[in-house]
Design a protein around this ligand. Structure first.
Ligand code: ADP
Ligand code: MG
Length: 702
């Protein structure tokens, strides 16, 4: 059968065998014919170009010359034994050297003198030479059915090279493979699409991505393969979304009742921004549809997601449902609890609180109240997920800063009611549009893209050690004006000790410049017990501390409107999104706020770009886009399983147009034919089901 041939273990490819197969598996995760077929070269050398020896420069790449062998001899003894040939193209001479296969080379050279030689020239003892060049017959353009115009270069490793799997040998094996399997590569796109968008067939694309006949064909092959990567992700995500909405009825929240109205009219402490209003409308449409909501709410730090969440929970209450709000840390959960009880202080809404440190006796009372529907809103940490947390009628789950939660944890929430509750996931990590479309393609996305009125943009400055005293002077002025200051140190796992040392050294220095009793300094780091941390944090929140020194434990969510300065030490060691998150801890009050990025003097180009981006923009989405460009999607915070983004060719930052295009196309197709049953769509349906099986896990629960 056709499929089976591609599933053949790589060992059985002619020229591989068990030993090389081991190396293929270990070094490249290549297990089957299929895997080698999809092991794309990283670059090609244009072999249609003939260079001249006289124009060679040091550091030359792989290239080829056309000329003849003028003489050759075998020199050296035993290990040093080698065959050296003089080759000239009329403009200069280069030495060709072989250390093995001497017999074979001698035979070749005795037969013929004219060659195109291909390899990487190096300068040795002031002479140009090339070891183990490829020797091509100038008469022959094609070798065994694939074009030799471009030489593919494959990533390899020292270990693999030692076992004979250098780029050139891999390229030879690919030829063997292509000759053997070309005819069984089956199409997976519909003819319609291929013709309409003038794409190469899958077979043509796979052959040409390795051995393109022309530059143009190479580009077309790359386009076709990128197209597939993106298109099928979209098709999968949208199909999953369809399955969700078809399979999962949702709780219906048809009424906007007293609770919301009373609160909105009488107690809302500020006017909502237009973005907040729009998002609430979007959510209301979801919860009023009878289908389960699965929505991602993105909003930059400080954009006011909490109040938005609260209003949605009040809608749930008006419709007789309970809600819960889950936060990733104890501090954050506490803050949510405090701010929400405060916001609701004049309202008949019961709010409960549960974390890992809630005492057994309290739990008992709480659990009972939950089951009797005496609690309307439960706020807490991961503890909410525990099996003994049983609601009477849970209708809405809100998850804050969701990147801290795994998919499995979300799935647990689903199970807390017979009909799964509506899910709203909130994140302050702005995800670039293309990434959101791809990664969260099965969720609906709402965006709060507007900050509350009166916020002043945070002024960000990049400072060096020589500016430190000036910086301290500035802090003293801000503190004198009643403001508070964050100072953050990096915490990177591998060098935790050093980081702690930096933090402590920083503390000593600060303590000298900001002496007690005039100044109160607190310190928080990951090695402290959470009760100790909470104690210090609470003092800062209450304004009892002027300065809080910490590692990145404060990164997420904390709201201290009176803090106006964020100092980030060793800022070059933070990622861009993280810097932006940290900056978001200030600028929450009406005062002008500042973010001061301290770095050493020598910086890498990338660090400079990051710091520049920070000083130039406050816009989280712009930052996220720059971050995506600098680092690629795999490293971005807030991303799902990285396997989801395992594109070989597509680049979410650079291929934005194609992402949008394939998304729209997938939508269009599914709108007409949601199961891909029409005969024109069947090829795609078959392939999609194959892909879905691999992602079954996600299909069920995300
Ligand atoms: P985040 O989106 O980062 O979670 P928060 O919900 O903590 O932001 O809101 C940040 C601050 O802005 C809070 O102090 C909140 O009370 C305030 N806020 C939220 N919405 C508005 C608004 N529409 N007008 C004025 N202040 C607001
Ligand atoms: Mg928040």
């Amino acid at each position: 059968m056709q499929v089976n041939l591609l599933d053949t273990p790589i060992e059985y490819l002619k020229g591989v065998g068990p030993k090389k197969a081991e190396v293929f598996k270990k070094e490249f995760q290549i297990f089957t014919f299929h895997d080698l077929l999809y092991y794309y070269p990283y670059r090609h050398v244009d072999k249609t170009q003939i260079h001249t020896i006289c124009s060679l420069e040091p550091e030359s790449a792989y290239m080829q010359f056309k000329g003849k062998i003028t003489s050759y001899e075998v020199v050296g003894e035993r290990h040093a034994k080698r065959l050296v040939a003089q080759f000239t193209d009329g403009t200069g001479t280069i030495e060709l050297v072989w250390f093995n296969s001497l017999k074979w080379v001698e035979d070749l050279l005795s037969e013929r003198r004219e060659f195109i030689v291909f390899g990487k020239p190096t300068l040795y003892n002031r002479r140009w030479n090339m070891t183990h060049p490829e020797m091509l017959d100038p008469e022959r353009q094609m070798s065994s059915g694939v074009s030799m115009a471009f030489q593919p270069l494959y990533n390899t490793s020292d270990k693999a090279k030692k076992s004979g799997l250098d780029s050139r040998n891999i390229s030879k094996l690919v030829i063997t493979l292509l000759n053997q399997i070309q005819d069984v590569i089956t199409e997976r796109l519909s003819n319609d699409i291929i013709q309409k968008y003038k794409l190469l067939s899958l077979r043509e694309a796979l052959v040409n991505v390795h051995y393109p006949a022309t530059q143009g064909l190479l580009s077309q092959a790359l386009l076709r393969l990128k197209f597939d990567e993106l298109f099928f992700v979209q098709l999968r995500m949208l199909t999953q979304k369809l399955i969700h909405t078809q399979k999962n009825p949702g709780h219906l929240f048809p009424i906007v009742g007293d609770t919301l109205n009373t609160y909105y009219k009488n107690y809302l402490p500020f006017e909502l921004t237009n973005a907040q209003k729009r998002v609430i409308k979007e959510i209301r449409a979801d919860v009023g549809s009878g289908k389960q909501m699965n929505r991602l709410l993105q909003g930059d730090v400080g954009s006011g997601k909490t109040i938005t969440a609260l209003l949605v929970m009040l809608i749930a209450k008006d419709n007789g449902y309970q809600s819960c709000l889950m936060a990733p840390t104890e501090i954050l959960a506490t803050q949510h609890f405090e701010s929400i009880t405060n916001l609701l202080k004049d309202m008949p809404v019961k709010v409960g609180f549960l974390t890992g440190s809630t005492k057994t006796a309290e739990r008992k009372v709480l659990f009972e109240a939950l089951q009797n529907s005496e609690i309307d809103i439960l706020i807490g940490t991961h503890a909410l997920l525990e099996n003994n947390v049983i609601f009477n009628n849970l209708g809405l789950v809100i998850i804050d800063e969701q990147h801290r939660f795994g998919v499995e944890q979300r799935a647990k929430m689903w199970k807390k009611n017979d009909i799964p509750p509506h899910i709203l996931v909130m994140t302050a990590t702005p995800i670039p549009r293309t990434l959101a479309m791809t990664l969260y393609g099965d969720l609906d996305v709402s965006i709060i893209d507007e900050l509350p009125k009166g916020r002043k943009p945070i002024i960000t400055r990049h400072l060096y050690e020589k500016n430190r005293l000036g910086m301290f002077g500035f802090l003293q002025k801000e503190i004198a004006a009643g403001r508070q200051v964050f100072v953050v140190y990096p915490l990177i796992k591998e060098s935790e000790k050093m980081d702690l040392f930096d933090l402590m050294a920083g503390y000593d220095l600060m303590a000298d410049c900001f002496p007690i009793p005039q100044y109160q300094i607190g310190i928080v780091h990951g090695k402290m017990k959470s009760s100790e941390k909470d104690f210090v944090m609470t003092r800062f929140v209450k304004g009892e501390l002027n300065i809080l020194l910490s590692t990145t434990v404060i990164e997420v969510g904390i709201d201290v409107p009176n803090a106006s300065v964020m100092v980030i030490e060793n800022a070059e060691r933070f990622g861009l999104s993280q810097l932006h998150q940290l900056r978001g801890r200030v600028g929450r009050g009406a005062e002008q706020s500042y973010c001061l990025l301290m770095t050493k003097h020598e910086l890498s180009t990338e660090s400079k770009q990051r710091l520049k981006a920070m000083t130039e923009t406050n816009d989280g989405f712009e930052i996220a886009n720059i971050d995506l460009r600098l680092r690629g999607p795999g490293d971005l915070q807030g991303t799902r399983q990285s396997g989801d983004l395992d594109f070989k060719l597509a680049d979410l930052a650079k291929d934005e147009k194609l992402v949008v295009f394939t998304r729209n196309l997938a939508k269009e197709i599914l709108e007409e034919d949601s199961d891909l049953q029409l005969s024109k769509n069947q090829t795609m349906g078959r392939y999609l089901r194959e892909v879905m099986r691999r992602f079954e896990f996600f299909g069920n629960i995300s």
